[in-house]
Design a protein around this ligand. Structure first.
Ligand SMILES: [Zn+2]
Length: 210
């Protein structure tokens, strides 16, 4: 009997057809907005004229809506990262929907934007990815390069790791929360110029048709 494969389409790497025109990579930052962390990261990105995608937590948008505005002003892409950042892998579709909608509402309330991009907290998927309504509303974005910056205590090790591993089409997951990832900001200051030197281009995930 022929095996029936259900396509759920979470994306972790961008396919070659989208990266033909160069060495496109996609930096993503999770868990903001954070007044210090997001602010520092967008400064580094601006200094290098590079764009990225930020997956925001709803309750942080409610606390720091001005940082969301800043992200939009700087023309970065915005994704949904749930409301409370609890792990959703064992949650029902209804519970997941609530987490997603609350954040969508905040994005609309504060910035009048809608996003199809969704990254589950801790990159953990659940059975809800099969839900047709969910699939029609959201595109799940995972990652192909996860340097675990939240565990790093040395910016050089972090940037060396990324430089060694990165390939065109990679979606890199980093964090913009200042309480955990001071090294990320430090690492980006050397990492981004070096990636540009190597001919990489930085894409935004809202520019891709999935
Ligand atoms: Zn997260």
């Amino acid at each position: 009997m022929k095996e029936r494969r259900i396509e759920i389409k979470p994306v972790s790497k961008i396919q070659r057809k989208h990266i033909d025109h160069g060495r496109m990579i996609y930096l993503t930052f999770d868990d903001g907005p954070d007044p210090e962390g997001t602010g520092s990261i967008i400064n580094v990105l601006a200094q290098n004229q590079v764009k990225a995608t930020f997956f925001l937590i709803g309750r942080n948008i409610a606390k720091y809506p001005e940082m969301l505005e800043k992200l939009i002003q700087d023309d970065h892409a915005i994704g949904n990262h749930g409301y409370s950042h609890k792990s959703l892998h064992l949650q029902s579709f209804q519970q997941v929907k609530k987490e997603i909608s609350k954040t969508d509402e905040l994005l609309w309330e504060h910035a009048k934007i809608k996003t199809r991009l969704f990254r589950p907290p801790y990159l953990r998927l659940g059975l809800w990815v099969f839900n047709p309504f969910f699939r029609s509303e959201k595109q799940v974005i995972m990652a192909s390069l996860n340097p675990k910056d939240f565990k790093s205590n040395d910016p050089h090790t972090l940037s060396d790791y990324i430089l060694k591993k990165i390939k065109p089409g990679d979606i890199v997951v980093l964090h913009d929360r200042s309480d955990m990832v001071k090294n990320t900001i430090q690492a980006l200051k050397t990492l981004i110029p070096e990636l540009l030197n190597r001919g990489y281009k930085f894409g935004k995930l809202d520019q891709i048709e999935f």
